[in-house]
Write a protein that binds this ligand. Sequence first.
Ligand SMILES: [Zn+2]
Ligand SMILES: [Zn+2]
Length: 366
Amino acid sequence: MKIKAAVLHEPGVPFKVETIDLAEPREGEVLVRIAAAGICHSDWHLMTGATQHALPVVPGHEGAGTVVTTGLGVSRIKSGDHVALSWAPSCGTCYYCLHEKPSLCETFVGPLWAGTMLDGQTRLSKNGEPIYHFSSLACFAEYAVVPEVCCVPMAKDIPMTIAALIGCAVTTGIGAVLNTAQVRPGSSVAVYGAGGVGLNIIMGARLAGAAHIIAIDTNETKGDIATEFGATEILISGPEVINAIKRITGGRGADYVFEAVGLPHVQEECLSAVRPGGMVILAGLSAMGSSTNIPGAILTRQEKTITGSYYGSANPTRDFPLYAGLYQRGFLALDKLVSRTYTLEQINEAYAEMLSGEIARGLIVY
Ligand SMILES: [Zn+2]
Ligand SMILES: [Zn+2]
């Protein structure tokens, strides 16, 4: 079928909205009519080249929609279902899937980063030339063929914009708090970066009962937004931040420090912001090939822990309905995340607004 999609042909060149071909779903795949797709920084990393990927590619990995048809052997999902899409398909049987780390599934990591479906081929093309799928989803498009294992059914009263956000920012942020760090009630939490993921970390910390939730950002507007989501103290990035965090936390530093920016110098600052015996959680994606100076002398003597958190250490099939239920019962203010919606044609404008830092989260609505 012919579909309209936003295609990235090369880094640095704006997304081009064009008509391309989408093949039928094959065995174990599903055709989804995309209803909403979030404007997430991870797609922008393709634009800057910080994430290297096969080109041309249709980005978009934070999506939700309605199942139109299903391929052979699809048993969990049927046409008409509303689904939130997971960008980390897991096989259920490899070492990581069996050890409660499905976001690290080793079966699908190859095709995922090759930009293909799980059988190593693309369903997208133009004039017979392949177009690659970002994260096996490619949801900056009216329709997407996705693996069944990426689909998590959602109750029909969950708005599609919210379902889309559950597919990336919500799961990455709240999962980092609840799954990766397992923040304890009464603790102190510092969050570097109050973007889509950072705001969800703040919401997760409130859910976990943190006593102090300190948000640090370069942008004052982001500070105001962070307060709405539950931050108890706002700090503007600069040389005084570490002292301010210590003042708030009895001179020790925070129990948990989350990095939701993905910059080596911020990651290094996190180590100064965390108390001895505390935990630094790196949840922001830094550029491939970048590296961070982590002084082992401090780690050992002060028993600080540094851990990565990829997709909130999520099990999407378990966690997406959990977050949707918390939203329905009023425990997660996900409506507040949806600051602006755009048409697919406005995608370049949407990314410019994301980079300006003035909004919580924008979404393409089809
Ligand atoms: Zn994302
Ligand atoms: Zn697996």
